[in-house]
Structures are given as structure tokens and as C-alpha cells.
Write a protein that binds this ligand. Structure first.
Ligand code: GTP
Length: 212
């Protein structure tokens, strides 16, 4: 079940504003999307998770500011004829994406590669973090960390290897890092919109003067 969530910035007590970010988790079946989500939201690791697609929230204070994380834990549908199980709705909704694969499953790495290609075609500059999960199962590794790193570098993404089963902090780092990327990209968008505004006003003055 997918629950719709509120707007982007909400006023809270006084003049302070609560920042809101929307994070989408994608990746093949059983790579640990729910495990990562639940770890981040509750600090806990539970070994089994239902097949429920959901958006859940958690509010945190980062650098003195309230941040509401809305996390969409998606389901991978194998029978999808279209590009691997990423809908337009998901891509329009998200401020940032976490692409998850399991280090023990090379096919799940291929799914991430395909999903990333699709994402870059639709939303070229959306912040993306690639997460190689199940690091605790290194004895069964079939994807090297170099492969993950190279893919991330080639598509301007960040890369983390974690274990949702083992630690909360590694998982927290992923979500916080994505939050930082989203904040930077918003600042960049704002300043480029500001520049465009200045250029527009200057050219309006210029053309007005020429017309006089
Ligand atoms: N050893 C180990 N097992 C993990 C880890 N993360 C998840 N799992 C296990 O992998 C299985 C699948 O995890 P899920 O979180 O349900 O994976 P998912 O990607 O949400 O799967 P779908 O809901 O099918 O899309 C579960 O049995 C988890 O307990 C991890 O870091 N290490």
C-alpha cells in the first residue's frame, strides 16, 4: 500500500521550518530494501519482511534543523515489460534514490545498472546512491566492490557497501549522505534560478534602453 505524503516544507514552531525529503529505494527482489528501510526508521533488523510497498516517515534533527525523511520502499516486479520496474510516478515523487543490490547476487547488480540507465534518461541530475548490501555475507560475494564503485563513478553517483543485518550506523550514513546531496542540489537549483532571474532582468533593461 502506498500512502501519499505531505508537501515539501512545513512550518513548525516559531519561524523554524521542517525540511522534507522523499527517498525512493529501488533494486531487485530480496536485496534488502525493506531491511535497510526498517533499520533506518527503527534502528532494528528483523529477518523477514512482508511484501508491502509503503511510504514511511521519520523525523530527525540534523545540524539543528528538523528533517522529515519520507522513505518509499518499492517492490520489484519481475514480469514488468517496461524498463525494470521503475514507474514515472516514483521518479516524479523522489528527491533522491537509493539503488540497492546484494553483493551475493550478480543479477541484482545488473538490475541496478539497468534501473540507473533509465533513471539518468528520465531525471538526469537526481541524486543517487548505490548501496551494495549484505556485506556480512562476504564469503558468498559475487560482485566485487570495484564493480560497484566503477558503476557509481561512471554515472555520478555515490557508493556504499553496508550490511543492514550488522550495523545501524552504516545504514544511517547512507541516508544522511543522500540527504546532503539533495540539500546541495536544491541550493544549486535555487542559485541557478536566481542567476537566470538576474540575467532576464538585465536583458530586459538592455532591450528597453535600446528601444528608447
Ligand atoms: N545476511 C544478511 N541478510 C540480509 C541483509 N539485508 C537483508 N537480508 C535478508 O534478505 C532477505 C530479503 O530482505 P528484504 O529486506 O525483504 O529484501 P527486499 O529487497 O525488500 O525484497 P522484496 O520485498 O522482495 O523486494 C531477508 O531474509 C532479510 O533478512 C543483510 O545485510 N545481511
Amino acid at each position: 500500500m502506498v500512502l501519499e505524503v505531505k508537501g515539501r516544507v512545513e512550518a513548525v514552531e516559531g519561524n523554524q521550518q521542517k525540511l522534507e525529503v522523499k527517498l525512493l529505494l529501488l533494486g531487485a527482489n530480496s536485496v534488502g530494501k525493506s531491511a535497510l528501510t526498517v533499520r533506518f526508521l527503527t534502528r532494528r533488523f528483523i529477518s523477514e519482511y512482508g511484501d508491502i510497498e509503503s511510504v514511511n516517515s521519520r523525523v530527525e534533527r540534523i545540524h539543528g534543523q528538523e528533517v522529515c525523511f519520507n522513505v518509499w520502499d518499492s517492490l520489484y516486479t519481475q514480469d514488468c515489460e517496461k524498463i525494470p520496474s521503475v514507474s514515472d510516478k516514483q521518479l516524479q515523487w523522489a528527491d533522491g534514490i537509493i539503488l540497492v543490490y546484494s553483493i551475493c547476487d550478480h543479477q541484482s547488480f545488473d538490475v541496478v545498472r539497468q534501473q540507473l540507465q533509465h533513471i539518468r534518461r528520465c531525471r538526469k541530475s537526481i541524486p543517487v546512491v548505490i548501496v551494495a548490501n549484505k556485506r556480512d555475507l562476504w564469503r558468498h560475494r559475487s560482485v566485487s566492490d570495484e564493480e560497484g564503485c566503477l558503476l557509481a563513478q561512471s554515472q555520478s553517483c555515490s557508493f556504499f557497501e553496508v550490511s543492514a543485518a550488522e550495523t545501524f550506523h552504516g545504514v544511517l550514513l547512507v541516508f544522511h549522505h543522500l540527504f546532503d546531496l539533495i540539500r546541495e542540489s536544491r541550493v544549486l537549483r535555487k542559485s541557478s534560478a536566481g542567476m537566470q532571474g538576474i540575467v532576464r532582468s538585465m536583458s530586459a533593461v538592455f532591450w528597453k534602453k535600446r528601444a528608447e
